[in-house]
Ligand binder design. Sequence first.
Ligand SMILES: [Zn+2]
Length: 284
Amino acid sequence: MRAPSIALGSLELVPLSDGFLALDGGAMFGVVPKPLWERVAPADARNRIRMAMRPLLVRGERTVLIDAGCGDKMDAKSAEIYAFDRSRHLDHALADAGLTATDIDVVLASHLHFDHAGGFTARGQDGVARPRFPRAQYIARTGEWEDAVHPHERNRASYFAENYVPLREAGVLTLVDGDREVAPGIRVRRTGGHTMHHQIVMIESGGQTAVFMADLIPTVAHVPLPWIMGYDLYPMDTLSFKRAFLREAVEREYLVFFEHDPTVSAGYLREKDGRVTVEPVVRG
Ligand SMILES: [Zn+2]
């Protein structure tokens, strides 16, 4: 199977997959009542909805991987809770794109929750977690790193040190502050909301812009303003960033990537009569 690839100026964008997981539907939609959300995201017998984990590959002067899914270090208890389906995972997706882990130059983190950063490291035969992409420099935001290494009761279930501390120990982690370019055409932009330092990734080439939205708008169902995850630590910050971002994305015709949507990888946001909808570009 060949991975779909999208040209953006001189860059090539390839949505990848690290499989699926299932999260509590109520937690995924915050204040939205179940009779509304279950129409668009049907729940299983344990009230969970199916979500994809879709890292994004950007090929240009450098080969950049944005997020890396949950990886293969999760224990049996987590597998039970989150129903991981990794029958096809990131290694398969990279192979479909003609790549292996050694081809990745830069790994960029939207934030350090396990479903985004778990794939940053892998355990060796000795059981020790090490950087999974041997040639890569990893980039995360300083504030996110500080939160991840000092978790509290409300976010502890999402942060696992083995996903990112080995990067620092191996000397392959660069922490960046502020909104800035991290590779040619690739810029990070803090949203806050989901975590205080959660960031999206703006990708620009040839006058076109694509955006990896990470957990700002994780699925197509999360496009309407009040559809905000219960997981978000600062939902009012999500709301204000999202309000401004949706307007910007419609006006400037950004190609947006949904990291968690089970069927739509990318699309354009269109507005009609004050309602924003998604015109899918890449499915599956
Ligand atoms: Zn997530």
